[in-house]
Design a protein around this ligand. Structure first.
Ligand code: HEM
Length: 496
């Protein structure tokens, strides 16, 4: 690979990861273009884009039609919510796999207060604190709080496998019962209950069901998250009512104060070990606890509740042949490991691992990433180079980056074995769900998901535990406010 010093000064400024598979020098120089697209009239343009995005076109069509119109995957648009929630909805949208990764480079983009996009929800929802997800790595608290989460994950390591098995066995029992009694089972409610219980038991060695929370954890967490993500959600209510209710003014935080307090009290009681560690690091117990509520109920519960149905959808729709291959692979590895499931046993299941990566690629659970240009930048798509000014907001729509046909063959298809073998593994750097390439690991100096390793592990565990128990299954898929709604319509218990 040519060193960047041999490239022209213009090209050395252009971010080049992780797309630098071919020597830059072998490619023709890309033309420098101004970014196409427009924001429309003040106020009206933003409202029009919001209605198109949510209701008239829908998310994918909204971006596709702009790509068509402007013949460019880097373009200007407004992003919801706009007035009156965000003061400036104008963004430069990055809609391909080459321009998108600039959002990971924290030397070029600032990640302060933009976790949810062009607005930030009130800190009244988080005890008055700006939580880790909203901090830029240049802020001293960022490294300390991320370190605390690494401590949390490390301290819970030995509980992950047994607690996962315990909580998801409960889930499978419910699903078995409902499918045999009613002929179908909606995955959402039992899956959220299993996820919440598992996370609390694994992270804090504390069972919410035995506490004041009882089985209310998932609904309390959902309400609280809705107050933060409402401006960028649809619930399927009539268009103008919903737009006024969710997207025009922030929901008043006092309405969810009681729910949040219940969650906070549970975590404060349960998390002594981590809160002690926080104090040693110079973080108050109160600030640490608000961060633990956020990491567990927003980052972790929110992520898992979206991603497990996504996996079930794609694996379910792929059909019986894939199911039987997964069951064979998973069961034979466990058998040759003396009937035990372990981390190293899971490493020997290439199809299972590939299926999890492919689910992350085709349907990334967190679809939006934002970053503000720290300086004047040049951004490269497959076809041109664009200049962005300091202070402009960059927005990446991840599904278009990870379904980029210039990077992946049959990009729109779920290809279960896509990431198997040496060539398959070379593609992992283009899997971006964690806010970074799959081949990299989070550090206190970046904004990659702190729970990346944990999430990969539990997603694999879900597939493994599922196919230990079942040979095959069928699903129906419908829309949901976030992710997909999956109903299991048939299940065949393990026969070998
Ligand atoms: C399926 C599950 C998950 C998904 C899809 C997910 C995805 C993400 C994404 C996309 C970001 C970057 C957001 C941005 O700055 O633009 C992020 C950040 C973060 N995630 Fe996750 N996450 C998941 C689970 C978890 C878990 C289990 C934890 C537990 C500790 C966690 C903790 C965090 C934290 C603390 C950050 C902020 C990192 C920083 O400020 O440097 N996430 N996650």
């Amino acid at each position: 690979m040519a060193s960047s010093a041999t490239l022209s000064s213009r090209r050395t400024n252009v971010q080049d990861r992780p797309s630098a598979t071919v020597s830059e020098l072998e490619k023709p120089e890309l033309p420098l273009k101004s970014i196409p697209g427009d924001y429309g009239l003040p106020f009206i343009g933003a409202i029009k884009d919001r209605l198109d995005y949510f209701y008239n076109q829908g998310r994918d069509e909204f971006f596709k039609s702009k790509i068509q119109k402007y013949q460019s995957t880097v373009l200007r648009t407004n992003m919801p919510p706009g007035p009156f929630i965000s003061s400036n909805p104008k963004v430069v949208a990055l809609l391909d796999g080459k321009s998108f990764p600039i959002l990971f480079d924290v030397s070029k983009v600032e990640k302060k207060d933009l976790f949810t996009g062009t607005y930030m929800s009130s800190t009244n929802l988080t005890g008055g604190y700006r939580i880790l997800s909203y901090l830029d790595p240049s802020e001293p608290k960022h490294a300390k709080l991320k370190q605390l989460l690494f401590f949390l994950l490390k301290s819970s390591r030995d509980r992950v496998l047994p607690e996962f098995k315990a909580c998801y066995t409960e889930l499978f029992k419910t699903v078995d019962y409902e499918v045999s009694e009613k002929g179908k089972c909606s995955f959402q409610t039992p899956s959220e209950q299993a996820a919440f219980n598992f996370l609390a038991r694994a992270f804090f060695d504390s069972n919410p069901v035995d506490s004041e929370l009882g089985t209310d954890g998932p609904s309390l967490a959902n309400n609280w998250v809705l107050f933060q993500l409402g401006p960028i959600f649809t619930l399927g209510l009539p268009k103008y009512i919903e737009d006024l209710l969710l997207h025009t003014f922030p929901l008043p935080s006092f309405l969810v104060k009681k729910d949040y307090k219940k969650l906070y009290d549970f975590f404060y009681e349960s998390a002594s070990l981590v809160l002690d560690e926080a104090e040693k690091m110079g973080i108050s117990r109160d600030e640490a606890c608000h961060n633990l509520v956020f990491a567990t109920c927003f980052n972790s519960f929110g992520g898992v509740k979206v991603f497990f149905p996504i996996m079930l959808k794609w694996i379910g729709l792929a059909g019986e042949n894939l199911h039987l291959s997964l069951a064979k692979e998973i069961r034979s590895v466990i058998k040759s490991n003396s009937g035990k499931l372990s981390l190293s046993a899971m490493e020997q299941m290439p199809l299972m691992k590939s299926v999890v990566y492919e689910s992350f690629r085709i349907d990334p659970p967190v679809q939006f990433q934002y970053g503000k240009a720290k300086k004047d930048l040049l951004i490269e798509s497959h076809h041109a180079v664009y200049e962005v000014k300091e202070g402009e907001m960059l927005f990446g729509y991840q599904p278009f980056a990870t379904k980029d046909p210039n990077i992946f063959e049959r990009a729109e298809e779920f290809v279960p074995d896509r990431f198997m073998g040496v060539d398959g593994e070379k593609l992992l750097k283009y899997v971006l769900w964690s806010n970074g390439p799959e081949t990299e690991h989070p550090t206190v100096a970046d904004k990659q998901c702190a729970g990346k390793g944990f999430v990969t592990l539990v997603s694999r565990l879900f597939v493994v535990e599922f196919f230990r128990r079942y040979d095959t299954f069928e699903v129906e898929v419908g829309p949901a406010p976030v992710g997909v709604a999956v109903t299991i319509t048939s299940l065949k218990a393990a026969s070998f």
